[in-house]
Design a protein around this ligand. Structure first.
Ligand code: PEP
Length: 257
């Protein structure tokens, strides 16, 4: 089966709702100008919670070929969890995707594999595709343990999910040392771990599920390196941070084909 490449822009804590309007409008215009074909790469923006309603109005109102989602969600359904946002709330706003376990959440908010698993489960139950982020830090990479480390995170995130659920998950391999540093993994580094992730899914749920699951690479992706990264057999798209805030760059990444 063919997996539609996914280019997801992670805005992180940038752009208020007014600025979000400008970026989404310009992105849609630029994609159209470049004759972007959504069947050849799906474009998604993961925006701050405060921007979601605005982006929804634009995307739905103007039927823009851009998906949107959030950067995190609560592991709880509702109740006394001050500051949290539930999967159901995101679904009500039309979010199709949500990032789970981004390395910045793991690092600054001590998110464990168990919590990532709980959030992944909540997203799926609400009909939202989780983009589960995994990847090793510099010390692990220097020790050559990147595959074992990342697969342990994959096992943790997918624990208890059935084959159908796993097939619909997106897994983003993001070596932490390459995020926001300008230090990009080589295409071979990306393929090594993305291939190992797909092989693990095959071990756990069989080759058909492994063929369906989309595995992204993230870490300093730019228009200048996207083609080589996307040429790798097990890379089905990119999670893009900094470059997703620059319309021409992100549009060029989306139009890599
Ligand atoms: C990210 O935020 O997930 C990311 C990959 O950032 P950057 O592209 O800036 O390295």
């Amino acid at each position: 089966m063919t997996r539609t490449p996914l280019m997801a822009g992670n805005w992180k804590m940038n752009l208020n709702h007014v600025e979000a309007t400008g970026l989404v409008q310009k992105l849609a215009w630029t994609l159209s100008d470049k004759k972007h074909d959504p069947a050849r790469s799906e474009v998604v923006v993961l925006v701050p919670f405060t921007d979601i309603r605005t982006v929804q109005t634009l995307v739905e109102g103007d039927r823009l070929p851009i998906g949107y989602g959030a950067q995190d969600l609560s592991a709880h359904d509702a109740g006394a969890y001050t500051g949290e946002v539930s999967a159901a709330m995101l679904a009500k706003l039309g979010c199709r995707y949500v990032a789970v376990g981004h390395s910045e959440r793991r690092q600054y908010h001590a998110e464990s594999d168990e919590l990532v698993n709980a959030k992944t489960t909540k997203a799926l139950a609400a009909g939202i595709t989780p983009i589960v982020c995994v990847g090793e830090g510099l010390e692990v990479r220097q020790a050559g343990d990147q595959v074992a480390h990342t697969l342990a995170q994959v096992d943790g995130a997918l624990a208890g999910l059935d084959a159908e659920q796993v097939a619909s998950v997106v897994i983003a391999y993001e070596p932490v040392w390459a995020i926001g540093t300008g230090e990009v993994a080589t295409p071979e580094d990306a393929q090594e771990v993305c291939g190992a992730i797909r092989a693990r899914v095959a071990e756990l749920h069989g080759p058909e599920v492994a063929e369906q699951v989309r595995v992204l690479y993230g870490g300093s992706v730019k228009s200048g390196n996207v083609v080589d990264i996307m040429a790798q057999a097990d890379v089905d798209g990119c999670l893009v941070g900094g470059a997703s805030l620059v319309v021409d760059e992100f549009a060029a990444i989306a139009r890599f084909y």
